[in-house]
Design a protein around this ligand. Structure first.
Ligand SMILES: [Fe+2]
Length: 166
């Protein structure tokens, strides 16, 4: 595998772990306010990000690329409102999408068809991630405080579905 692509995948897999921490901090924002449905939803978001990182690790392992785990910056722990958390999340996902697209560009530039095919899963996943947060933002704006309780109940039903490791 091309060294440049291995490095870029390593950078992204560490960013997936960083994303997990972003959502872990948000999970606790909701836990502190007894919004247990939102807490559940963000706990699953956290797990999803870990599984995204693990999927990248599985791929590097299969292709013989060296996995390098790094540290990362502190996530935001202070938010003024539920809406602020969701808007921060959407912006974060847009940044993830930008990075995934860059990875895809590199794989295509290198004519690495296997990597491009592998990365397509993430391209599709990002469409879903941005859609999830866009919908949640719309719903929170619609329901305001009165409906927040009902929405919280609905979010409590989200379950974690493991993705294949490779
Ligand atoms: Fe992710």
């Amino acid at each position: 595998m091309n060294k440049k692509l291995v490095d870029a995948i390593n950078k992204q897999l560490n960013f997936e772990f960083e994303s997990a921490h972003v959502y872990l901090a948000m999970q606790n924002f909701f836990a502190e306010r007894s919004l247990s449905g939102f807490e559940n939803w963000f706990a699953i978001q956290y797990k999803e990000e870990i599984s995204h990182a693990e999927k990248f690790m599985g791929y590097l392992k299969t292709r013989g690329g060296k996995i390098v785990i790094t540290g990362f910056g502190n996530p935001e722990n202070e938010f003024k409102s539920v809406l602020e958390v969701l808007e921060t999340s959407l912006n974060h996902e847009k940044e993830v999408t930008r990075r995934i697209n860059e990875l895809m560009d590199l794989a295509m530039e290198l004519n690495d068809h296997a990597s491009a095919n592998f990365l397509q899963w993430y391209v599709d996943e990002q469409v879903e991630e941005e859609d999830n947060f866009n919908k949640l933002i719309d719903q929170v704006k619609l329901v305001k405080d009165a409906g927040l309780y009902m929405l919280d109940k609905e979010l409590a039903s989200r379950v974690f579905v493991p993705i294949p490791k490779k």
